[in-house]
Design a protein. Structure first.
Length: 188
């Protein structure tokens, strides 16, 4: 059963990765770096600031920082335990795929997918009270995580697992933030 899942995961990866062309490689290399997403992050901060106090935003930022730390360390723990080779290093497929970027670390599961989904769920839970189109924030983790497949760094199952962990962490941290806010900072 597990072999069948891994084989299907590799087939889907080969298909998705094969959709890329050299024309767009530099674009996807930019997309995969968090630094280039700074304008989006600043827009989110601006939209939060319009609805919440700076004190409340400070508390949110603290929760998000710890959320990212937890997501990152959980992904690293799994990577070191499972030790699944990245597509770019997998001897079964590395000669038939497009490798735009390489890494010698392990693949399962994606920290990029985990953290992008975790922070997005956390922000969405806040945004949905104030903004009708809050669901649009989910475009970020979809594009960001796909970049990892495009570049040859993660299998689809790595991304999906990262999404599940990230969504779970994001929801739980939001609930913790909500509890702390109502109990200790009701005026915020």
């Amino acid at each position: 059963m597990l072999e069948k899942i891994i084989a299907s995961d590799k087939q889907l990866f080969v298909f998705l990765n094969g959709l890329g062309t050299e024309t767009y490689d530099n674009l996807w290399l930019c997309i995969t770096k968090q630094l280039y997403w700074t304008p989006l992050f600043l827009l989110v901060l601006y939209l939060l600031q319009k609805k919440l106090s700076w004190k409340n935003i400070g508390i949110m930022m603290l929760f998000i920082a710890v959320l990212i730390l937890v997501g990152d360390q959980t992904a690293n723990l799994f990577k070191d335990s499972v030790q699944r080779l990245r597509p770019c290093n997998d001897p079964e497929i590395k000669d038939i795929i497009r490798i735009v970027k390489s890494s010698d670390t392990f693949s399962f599961f994606s920290g990029h997918a985990t953290n992008s989904m975790a922070t997005t769920v956390f922000v969405f839970m806040t945004f949905k009270k104030y903004y009708r189109y809050a669901f649009l924030v989910f475009v970020f983790p979809l594009i960001f995580a796909y970049s990892r497949i495009y570049l040859g760094l993660h299998f689809p199952l790595d991304i999906i697992t990262g999404y599940v962990f990230g969504a779970t962490f994001g929801f739980l941290f939001y609930k913790g933030y909500q509890y702390l806010q109502s109990k200790y900072f009701p005026e915020v």
